[in-house]
Design a protein around this ligand. Structure first.
Ligand SMILES: Nc1ncnc2c1ncn2[C@@H]1O[C@H](COP(=O)(O)OP(=O)(O)OP(=O)(O)O)[C@@H](O)[C@H]1O
Ligand SMILES: [Mg+2]
Length: 368
């Protein structure tokens, strides 16, 4: 067994692989401050996603690496540093690190349900999150998040978003006298309203801003892509073939607009009956086929669960209302998969070996 020296401890830890990037901490440059006091090691590791299982896995790997030196005592701290998208000097929201579009060519597939549960799952993981209801024709956020009210302005210039469950929210529904009132938008008005929701709302520092897009996303996605560089789009589909045709259209539009596709979410994927048996009511493999064709991962398969719909209608999405139920766990895993995918995409974009670095203070320090 090698001698216990600071150098040997450092070398053992440097060789540990980060599960998100499948590269060593040394290569990633994410191992900070290794200390050895007697038999006790303490170290700090930087991670690029808020996923708890990633930190747990790193801890397991670190413990295993130190075992080879006969050491068992280790205290690990994690800095969570969420990577940031590219911003130009005229970006309307440079303090928003990631902009995620939740879209689908098709209506009623669960975009708003996915967007609301995603935002809550991200917030519950400790990150700073906003949810923008970009569906100016049929806003869902006021109902799904159980919130009404008119946003105010502190300085007479920027609108303060409403907040619920720690998520900053903006929706056209907050500005209408009667949220069920129909809004008839012409192209230019739609363009202007959306631009305002992005640039005139005081979003502040956010790790993730989730956008719930209306169906038939052409106009909206185009407006957004013209104004800022989004992190990417999450494509929601159901397993049926009809849904898939529309999703193909939305995917080709993303390609044209140079919007990266973050992954596919297959909603209403299966139904689990009370005996625990899984039924694929609408066929199987639709999401996987799409993912293969468009070279993007399936980030989640979400069951049809009446509790998911009920929770949304009641104003507390299932991830918040019942976080340990099976459907909530699927949404949480979806959020985790997404944050890791985003981290990997940022690293690839930078073209380097190192983990993505964001200017400014590292945000969260977690001792695990
Ligand atoms: N996994 C699910 N299980 C059960 N019900 C669901 C599920 N996902 C969505 N729903 C329900 O299906 C309906 C449509 O969902 P949602 O409003 O999220 O779709 P959408 O794609 O945003 O629709 P639109 O195109 O109108 O914006 C809602 O009543 C919602 O509660
Ligand atoms: Mg919707």
């Amino acid at each position: 067994m090698a001698e216990i020296t600071l150098e040997n401890v450092q070398a053992a830890l440097a060789a540990v692989e980060d599960p998100t990037f499948e590269a060593t901490l040394a290569k990633l440059g994410t191992l900070d401050e290794v200390k050895l006091e007697g038999q006790k090691v303490s170290a700090r590791v930087r991670v690029s996603s808020p996923t708890e299982s990633v930190r747990e896995e790193i801890r397991r790997r670190v413990e295993k690496a130190l075992e080879t030196l006969g050491m068992t005592q280790v205290s690990l701290e994690f800095d969570i540093q969420i990577p940031t998208r590219e911003t130009t000097s005229n970006d309307p929201i440079p303090t928003v690190r990631n902009v995620i579009l939740v879209m689908s060519g098709k209506g009623g597939v669960g975009k708003s349900t996915v967007a609301a549960n995603l935002a809550l799952a991200l917030a519950r993981s400790g990150t700073r999150v906003g949810l923008l209801d970009a569906d100016v024709y049929g806003p869902s956020v006021p109902t799904m998040l159980g919130i009404q009210g008119h946003p105010s302005s502190k300085d007479g210039k920027r609108i303060e978003p409403l907040q619920r469950f720690g998520v900053k929210l903006m929706s056209i529904g907050f500005l209408l006298e009667d949220p069920k009132q129909a809004v008839i938008w012409r192209g230019a008005m739609l363009h202007g309203a959306l631009q305002q929701f992005i640039s005139d709302v005081n979003w502040g520092e956010l790790d993730y801003l989730v956008l719930d897009l209306p169906p038939g996303t052409g106009d909206v996605a185009l407006t957004l892509a013209q104004n800022l560089k989004v992190t990417g789009a999450l494509m929601v589909t159901t397993p049926q073939e009809v849904a898939l045709i529309d999703v193909h259209k939305a995917l080709s539009m993303c390609k044209k607009l140079d919007i990266p596709v973050l992954g596919i979410v297959e909603n209403m994927s299966y139904f689990v009956d009370p005996s625990g048996t899984r039924h694929a009511l609408f066929g199987e493999g639709g999401g996987a086929k799409l993912a293969e064709e468009w070279k993007t991962p399936v980030l989640a398969q979400i069951p049809i669960d009446p509790a998911v719909g009920r929770a949304g209608d009641a104003g507390t999405p299932v991830v918040q209302a019942d976080p340990t139920c099976a459907s909530a766990k699927v949404f949480t895993a979806m959020a985790e998969n997404l944050t890791e995918r985003i981290a990997r995409m940022h690293r690839e974009r930078a073209g380097g070996e190192e983990a993505p670095v964001t200017a400014g203070p590292k945000r969260l320090r977690i001792v695990q």
